[in-house]
Ligand binder design. Structure first.
Ligand SMILES: Nc1ncnc2c1ncn2[C@@H]1O[C@H](COP(=O)(O)OP(=O)(O)OP(=O)(O)O)[C@@H](O)[C@H]1O
Ligand code: SF4
Ligand SMILES: [Mg+2]
Length: 482
């Protein structure tokens, strides 16, 4: 398949993603959408990692899989030394506060029926409620329910039940037919004779086959009922406890929400009682950031956080993220389409294609000396603010993005790559270091002579309307990560 391997991992990261794979089943055909396939990268403390690639390449799915919504099909995500896949629901809830996500469309990511105070307070409230002691009956319910559902879906139980139902139905039909054709007795009732006897035996056999499902159902329902009764007094006691401590908690939350809103530049005094529709897109995105900040996260995954905003508001939100990163020592994963934005904000960039990593490196190198043909095509698509450069000179990628259900063999980019050879269709390229800190997954990486192919090429001046509005073009890299 294009690009796997872990040569680009540096070790000791704040977040380490290894061999991450996410597949979605397609109906009942057995096919799968290979949304993310064997993706690895790491994020150092205080670093911003840009993730770029065309629509559908798996950027958002990667971000969500890190948050375990839904959990990945395979692979590991480590937050420091903690492997998230080994955590139970309770431990995961604790750790999730350290990882937060903000989304592309700020307005639709805020609940329109809740006030800004409640929206920003929500992560705190959920954590506070989780902090109340879990009573054993509720824990038993949480453990028992998935085990029970798994048993219900057990293929042998399902098969036995289907056969049992079939046999039962067959027996009933035979009984009806045998009784209909039998000789009537003196009262006019028809005796099915041997046919009816056989039908009775078949019906009994069907009943026996259905017995396991019936036993599972009866015992399961009895245990659920018992747990419900056991939970009632505990639930009442918990509600009383919550009500007693609510006032104190509400005061604490108000202070935290106030501080978070002010920190992102939203006047808290007048905004707490308002609703999302009363804010502009840029303000709504600031509110989303405040919601992410209240739990004091170490890492924020930003999924296209400025794509829905106009250029000047984009710059304000990007500057805000930069300021927060510096003041709170937060690490960012920055997913974006806009390559100019990614260049401006990232310390390291990961280029993805059809669920795979193609190239990883410092933005300056990637933009001026791309090694992967796909990276070069992406860079070539960046508008050049020079009237002498013909926009039609941008390198086009031939063909359509292949289906992620049946991705090409070998290198996934081979169906659109002008450099593809035999080996590209038979062997998946492993990611390898080609220059200091620059890693590429390609059998025939580009070199110096390929960077001078068009008038748009080296040095590529990545520029956009944003440039003048941002604090600086390239943020300082945290110690030792560049
Ligand atoms: N829940 C799902 N069920 C089935 N397929 C899905 C699901 N979520 C995503 N996909 C598929 O996985 C692939 C990757 O989707 P994803 O949203 O991660 O792409 P993306 O790179 O974020 O795209 P964009 O830039 O347009 O946001 C796509 O082919 C998409 O159709
Ligand atoms: S040269 Fe081969 S390995 Fe490299 S991107 Fe093209 S198809 Fe993939
Ligand atoms: Mg997306």
């Amino acid at each position: 398949m294009a690009g796997s391997g872990t040569a680009h991992l540096r070790g000791g990261g704040a977040l380490t993603v290894e061999h991450l794979t996410v597949e979605f089943p397609v109906g009942t055909s057995g096919d799968k959408v290979h949304a993310v396939s064997d993706v690895s990268f790491d994020l150092m403390k205080g670093e911003t990692l840009g993730v770029v690639g065309e629509s559908g390449c798996g950027k958002s799915t990667t971000g969500k899989a890190i948050m375990r919504v839904p959990p990945p099909t395979s692979g590991s995500v480590r937050l420091g030394a903690i492997d998230l896949s080994t955590l139970g629901a309770d431990q995961l809830r604790d750790v999730r506060g350290r990882l937060q996500m903000i989304f592309q469309d700020p307005i639709s990511s805020l609940n329109p029926r809740r006030t800004i105070r409640d929206i920003v307070a929500e992560p705190l409230t959920v954590r506070w409620l989780d902090g109340f002691p879990r009573y054993p009956a509720a824990q038993a319910w949480d453990n028992f329910t998935p085990a029970m559902l798994k048993l219900w879906k057990n293929k042998w139980l399902v098969l036995l039940t289907k056969i049992g139902l079939g046999v039962l139905l067959g027996g009933v039909l035979l009984y009806v037919v045998a009784s209909a054709v039998g000789e009537p007795d003196q009262f006019g009732r028809r005796d099915g004779g041997a046919g009816a006897d056989l039908a009775n035996q078949i019906i009994r056999g069907g009943g026996l086959l259905l017995a396991p499902a019936a036993i599972v159902g009866i015992i399961g329902s009895a245990i659920w009922l018992l747990l419900v009764f056991l939970m009632i007094p505990f639930k009442i006691a918990r509600s009383v406890l919550v009500a007693m401590e609510k006032k104190e908690f509400a005061k604490e939350v108000d202070e935290k929400v106030f501080t978070a809103l002010e920190e992102v530049g939203i006047p808290a005094q007048v905004s707490m009682t308002k609703y999302p529709h009363e804010f502009s897109g840029g303000q709504a995105q600031r509110i989303s950031i405040a919601r992410a900040l209240v739990l004091d996260p170490e890492i924020i995954i930003c999924d296209e956080p400025v794509s829905a905003l106009d250029v000047s508001v984009q710059a304000q939100v990007l500057n805000l993220l930069e300021d927060l990163k510096a003041s709170r020592d937060i690490s960012l994963i920055f997913i974006a389409h806009d390559l100019a934005v990614v260049k401006n904000i990232s310390d390291r960039v990961v280029v993805m294609y059809l669920g795979k990593v193609c190239e990883v490196g410092q933005p300056d190198l990637l933009y001026s000396k791309p090694r992967h043909p796909y990276t070069r095509a992406l860079m070539s698509a960046i508008p050049v603010p020079d009237p002498l450069v013909d926009p039609r000179s941008a390198e086009e990628i031939d063909g359509e993005l292949p289906s992620p259900i049946h991705p090409p063999s070998g290198c996934r980019f081979r169906t659109r790559c002008a450099r593809a050879t035999e080996i590209c269709s038979t062997a998946e390229p492993e990611i390898a270091e080609v220059a200091d800190g620059q890693f590429v997954a390609c059998h025939h990486p580009l070199d110096e002579k390929d960077w001078h192919l068009s008038e748009r090429s080296v040095p590529v001046t990545v520029s956009s309307d944003l440039d003048g509005l941002l604090h600086s073009t390239t943020p300082e890299a945290p110690g030792g990560v560049k």
